[in-house]
Design a protein around this ligand. Sequence first.
Ligand code: ZN
Length: 474
Amino acid sequence: MRRGRALLAAALVLALGGPAHASPDERELGRTFLLEARAELPLVADPAVREYVEGIGNRLVKVLGPQPFDYRFFVVQDPSLNAFSVPGGFVFVFTGLLARVKNDDELAGVLGHEIGHAHAHHIVRMETQTMGWSAAQLLGMVLSAVNPVLGAGAVAAAQTAQLKYSRDFEQEADYLGLRFTSEAGYDPHALGSFFKTLLADQQVNPTSVPAYMLSHPLTEERVAKVDTIIGAEKLKTPPGRPAASPALAEVRAVTRAIAGPVDTVVDEYKRQAEQKPDDAGRQFLLGRIYQTVGQLGAARAALEQAQKLGGLGERVDRPLGTVYADLKMPEQAEAALGRYLGRHPDDGYALLQMGKAQAAAGDDDGALKELERAIIVDPDLEEAQRLAGLALGRRGNEADGFYHLALASRLRGDLVQSLSQFERAAPLFATGTPRKQEVEQAIAELRPIVAEMEREREAQRRRGRSGLDARRGR
Ligand code: ZN
């Protein structure tokens, strides 16, 4: 995690050199953070999980009106109970937290609070308030929110500086988050009930403090203040709230399967399905569990059973089509995905699976067309970029092949590889074309980051050797 530190530090200095609300620099800082963090933050690719979080997040963002930056939501594949945002509107929520929320409103409360931190520029303002901190410490602080072990271990200078918001900033984020959630039609009380769950857990098990409570310090007083704000601002609970959309049960199944232990989670969902064998919903969740842990044969059986029992509409088609594509059963995959795409023609994930199914059937042209459509809808689909790059390379289109492979490597956080692929693509595009420009910009962005990474690696190697020498008493 050390790599790129100086670059990010430079970005911070830029951000801090201007006024506290220097939004373009915050956007830049957030983007650099995302580029570097992707290698350390495994993001969830499951479309149901992504759509659930993005749906609630985007509904909250709508009430903000025009903003200096676009908000983006990411789900980190990590069992710890955590959520954080970085400057520039990048909001991260961990699967460990998703597995614990009881309804949509609790997640809206958490996301609203994170939007509040980004909206009020808290991280940047923290630095300006405590002038004693170096920019490197500030970076270490952000990294330690990503992964307390990695952050503290890797950035020695920042060992004590874990991301920890002040009481004032927590209250401001609570205040803003409560207003956003209420205006977006969610129950503002859900934030308080989520906090109460965390505090109750804490009393039962005082030794394990969730990462979320370390960065967002939680006290009885703060929880009481949430109720005070709701009363003072006359925030209403909309009719029918709080409520859990059907997607939440699916999200909980997938996130619990990711967190494991696999046997325990499989057994639990299997038992529930066996108790009510005619319940399509329970078969569906069992199928999603098996799919997530990679037991594809069992996933296929459960999802087919859910489909047969009926009543779930199109929800079964996308995961079932995905399982068929992974099992190299192209005919069945194309039928299920075709049904889904008939209703959702712009679903990037389903287009990607359709491309894989057609490749399995030996239709390379058809496969490439589907992959290219998937990329247009969702350029962040790493697998679509990678498969399109390989397919283009196979047919001799080296320029576009390397271009898509470079994008895929960047999405995986493999920046050295990405830079090298962009550099191979660059001379193959004609001067003045938009793609040539895009490739040159990507190279200009990646070169200093990669150079810094190499300097860091070299320095670490030297430090490692001198540490060894010291231990040997030389
Ligand atoms: Zn907070």
